[in-house]
Each structure stands twice: as C-alpha cells, then as structure tokens.
Design a protein around this ligand. Structure first.
Ligand code: MG
Length: 390
C-alpha cells in the first residue's frame, strides 16, 4: 500500500515516510500511518486515557472530558481540517490519538508534582513522556520495545522539546525527531495541524465542562467576545433558546458555531499561507515558517478565551483544592517507591533495582506517569493508609 489517493504535494506521503526505527515490511492493505493509528488504538497507554483527568478529576463526574474523549475530539477536528487541506487524515488521527499518552494522572497538577520530584534527574515533561511511551514503555512486540511508529507520527507526538532534551534525543538517535528543535525547523503539516486542533478542542470542551460543573456561568462568558458573538447568533436564529430550560441547548449551539468558525478560519488562513509559501513537498514544509494557523483576528480572540479559562476555570479555588490533594498523592507515591521499589509492578521494580539514583528515579516516574487517576489514589491509600480522594 502506498499513500492515500488525492493528497496535496505538501502532505506527508506514506510512500515517502522516513520510516521506522526497526525496519518492517509494508502492510498489504494499509498505509504506514493507518498502521501507526491502529497500533496506538490497541496500546495499553491508550486505554488508560479513559481514566485520566483532563481538567476535572475523573471521579468528579461521568460526563466531563477525560484524556480519551479529548483525544477523540482532537482527532475529529484534525481529520476534518486535514481533508479540506488534502493532508493525510490517518497521520493526523494517529498523532491526535497519541498526543496525550505521556500525561500523568490528575492532569497538569500531576505533571507539575512529578516534575518537582524529578528536579535532580532531568525533570518530567509530558511531550517527552508521550514519545517515551510509544518508543520504549509499551511492551507488545517480540522484537523491540515500544510500538515502532513511523518518523512522522513520532515527530508529531514530540510537540515541544527544550534544546537540552533535543540534544539528548539527537545523541541517542542521530537524524531522529529531536533534530528539528536544534535546527529550528517545523514539523510536517499534519503535526502542525494537531497542535491547533488540540487548542480548538480544549477551548471548546472546557467551556462546556466548566458550565456543566457550575464553576463558570453563561453570563460570565459574556466577557469572551469569541463565545459571546455566537451565543447572540444562536439566540437571534432560535429565540426559544432564551428560555431558561433551553440553556444547555443554547450553550451547545454557541459552542458548535464557534467550533465551525474556528475550523473554517484555520482552513482559510492555512490555504492562503500555503499559496504564499508554495511548498512542493513535506520536506519543503519543514524549512518554511509555521503554515497551519488561525487568521490574526482569530488568534487574538482565541487567546482571550484561553486567558478567561485559565483565570476562571483552571485556577478556580475548587479546582485548585483538588489539585493540591492530587499533587500530594503523586509526591507521596514517588517517595514511597524510591524507598521501596519492590512495591511497583515487576518490570519497573526490576528497572529501579540499581544503585544509580537517576535510573531508579526515572523508573519510578515512568510507573507513576502511566497510572490512571483511580489507580494512583488506590495505591496511595495502600501505601500510606490515607484516603485523599473519594
Ligand atoms: Mg491535548
């Protein structure tokens, strides 16, 4: 199987993939990126996303987004934009479904706590960890560690990377996915698109979850022009939505209009940038400025929305309170496993059975990062006797 038919010259063509770290024969009916997507969907780390926090802790309600449903929404938005731009949808789907695999339990609170625990050992960063999951931590194949994904999927998963980490990656794998951060090049368009689809998805679903939780109100959202405009359009087109009993529908309709506007904005702004830069291959894209983008006006409005969510939702006292408990769980677990590595699952206990403090700490960090929220809370109770989350 070569590439998907009908793709643009600037798309990532499966037939021109930079390949896998361990060479494999092509699959008879699937492109390389379809194969990557399938490997991700069947991985253990992917299934764990269902019990990992996005913003609200998993136990706070069944209808809030989790990392899994977030990743599915990113994939849906990404694919829909990719089709319009004639990019490879399967590659977009693979990157979207894998982009959050490295997240710790308890969302950013968990990551911050684990980063603190790893301060003397190179820190903890979720993008690097996502790559580590697909390159090393998944144990499914007889011949190699990890999922042996193609270069382009791995490049998309490593969304951000410091120069120090990029150099380490480049030393370990010359010509690999760390090099672009040293050369200051862009990734392929499919990877660029996943970044933006991620932002569009969480801005929209965090409004929905925020209102559902009662932590932000429709009235408060009046200070966000991007949302407010579509709320008014929805009310003008459907006056019965002004009825208090219809407020959920009003919220959904405003979010739907806002999502559509952002998708069309990306398609228009990116199409114009592609005409201007005229890259004739996926490699040419890497030497251009970023090409997948919002218009300036939409970029500005999206930033206002992000600031609103940061201030009113992510830093809401009620969110911060559970955040504090989640961080204590991660810190206590880290201390407990460093003290007694045999309490971890066998493979991690074995890795940690060393006098090298950095290797031991990394094995503990890998074990904790892989946990779901509820497993982390249960392990914490088992090891400390304290129940910090119900
Ligand atoms: Mg994400």
């Amino acid at each position: 199987m070569t590439s998907r038919p009908g793709l643009a010259a600037y798309a990532s063509l499966s037939s021109q993939s930079r390949g896998r770290r361990y060479p494999e024969a092509p699959a008879p009916t699937r492109t390389e990126y379809q194969r990557d997507r399938d490997r991700i969907v069947h991985s253990t780390a992917f299934r764990r996303l269902v019990y990992k926090t996005q913003v609200f802790l998993n136990h706070e309600g069944d209808l809030f987004r989790t990392r899994l449903t977030h990743s599915l929404e990113v994939a849906q938005l990404g694919r829909s934009i990719a089709r319009s731009l004639r990019l490879d949808e399967d590659l977009v789907e693979a990157i979207s479904l894998a982009h959050d695999l490295g997240h710790t339990p308890f969302g950013h609170a968990g990551q911050d706590a684990l980063h603190g625990c790893m301060a003397d050992h190179g820190g903890f960063e979720h993008n690097l960890q996502s790559l580590r999951v697909v390159d090393k931590l998944e144990e499914r194949y007889p011949q190699f560690d990890g999922l042996n994904l193609s270069f382009e999927t791995r490049e998309g998963i490593l969304k951000h990377c410091s120069r120090v980490h990029a150099q380490q990656l480049e030393d370990a794998e010359p010509g690999g996915v760390g090099g672009r951060f040293l050369r200051r090049e862009q990734p392929g368009l499919e990877a660029q698109l996943c970044n933006l689809a991620d932002e569009i998805a969480y801005n929209a679903h965090d409004i929905d979850d925020g209102v559902r939780s009662g932590l932000i109100s429709l009235a408060q959202l009046g200070e966000v022009p991007l949302f407010d405009r579509y709320r008014h359009s929805a009310q003008a087109a459907h006056p019965h939505l002004n009825d208090a009993a219809m407020h959920r529908r009003l919220l959904f309709e405003a979010i739907r209009l806002m999502l559509s506007a952002q998708v069309y904005d990306v398609i228009d702004a990116t199409s114009a940038a592609l005409v201007q830069a005229a890259p004739d291959s996926a490699d040419a894209v890497r030497h251009c400025a970023p090409l997948v983008m919002f218009s300036d006006a939409m970029r500005e409005q999206s930033t206002v929305l992000k600031r609103f969510l940061f201030k009113n939702l992510y830093r809401h006292p009620q969110v911060m309170e559970t955040t504090g408990r989640a961080q204590q769980i991660v810190r206590d677990l880290f201390a407990a496993y460093v003290q007694a590595p045999q309490e971890m699952n066998h493979a991690f206990a074995q890795q940690a059975n060393t006098s090298d403090g950095a290797v031991k700490a990394r094995a503990v960090a890998d074990f904790i990062a892989g946990m779901t929220d509820r497993f982390a809370a249960r392990e914490h109770e088992r090891l400390t006797g304290q129940r910090l989350l119900d």
